[in-house]
Design a protein around this ligand. Structure first.
Ligand SMILES: [Zn+2]
Length: 185
């Protein structure tokens, strides 16, 4: 159940994106209707991916966030899926952009909803976690949204240092059932 909070789109969107009229009113907790042209806009969850990459010592790769929201906190590498992209393609692209590594396998773990405050609006996301393997860490560098890379044993990670609830839940799940990747792309 969505609770309407300060940054919810219903507090931000004032005009119809089709005809430009004011009076772009919330119809319910997740949709708007234009009073002039009847256009209905749905606020759907945005798809996002996160990669759980382990090294040979079963330490989990974490990134320090370079940008807001949650700048300076720890995160899993990943990000939003682009339009018409698969989750696997988004994962491959994001880990390439943030870490300069190539994934060889990705096994679906679980998904958790999240709130992502950016530019004064809360984006509601569905974060999909994948256990990933990468063959070569030799050219790995922190890029893009990642300020630094750290490897930690899952049990040693302070969950309060993780920026997002969905990522905390993925790490907690990985602690319970440390699985190795089996599915190739
Ligand atoms: Zn309209």
């Amino acid at each position: 159940m969505i609770t309407i909070e300060e940054h919810y789109p219903g507090r931000i969107f004032k005009h119809c994106p089709r005809c430009g009229a004011g009076g772009f009113a919330l119809r319910d907790a997740s949709s708007f209707r234009c009073e002039r042209c009847d256009f209905v806009y749905f606020v759907n969850a945005a798809a996002a991916v996160a990669g759980l990459v382990f090294d040979d010592s079963r330490r989990l790769l974490l990134v320090e966030r370079k940008n807001e929201p949650r700048k300076g906190m720890l995160d899993l590498p990943g990000g939003f899926a682009d339009i018409m992209e698969t989750a696997e393609e988004a994962l491959r692209r994001e880990l390439r952009e943030e870490l300069n590594i190539e994934i060889t396998t990705a096994t679906y773990l679980a998904s958790f909803p999240n709130r992502y405050l950016y530019g004064g609006i809360t984006y509601f996301t569905l974060d999909m976690g994948f256990i990933c393997a990468a063959t070569d860490f030799s050219r790995m560098r922190a890029h893009d949204d990642a300020a630094a890379i750290v490897f930690m044993r899952p049990d040693d990670i302070d969950l309060d240092a993780i920026g997002f609830e969905s990522i905390r839940r993925m790490i907690a799940l990985a602690r319970q059932s440390p699985s190795s990747p089996t599915s190739a792309f």
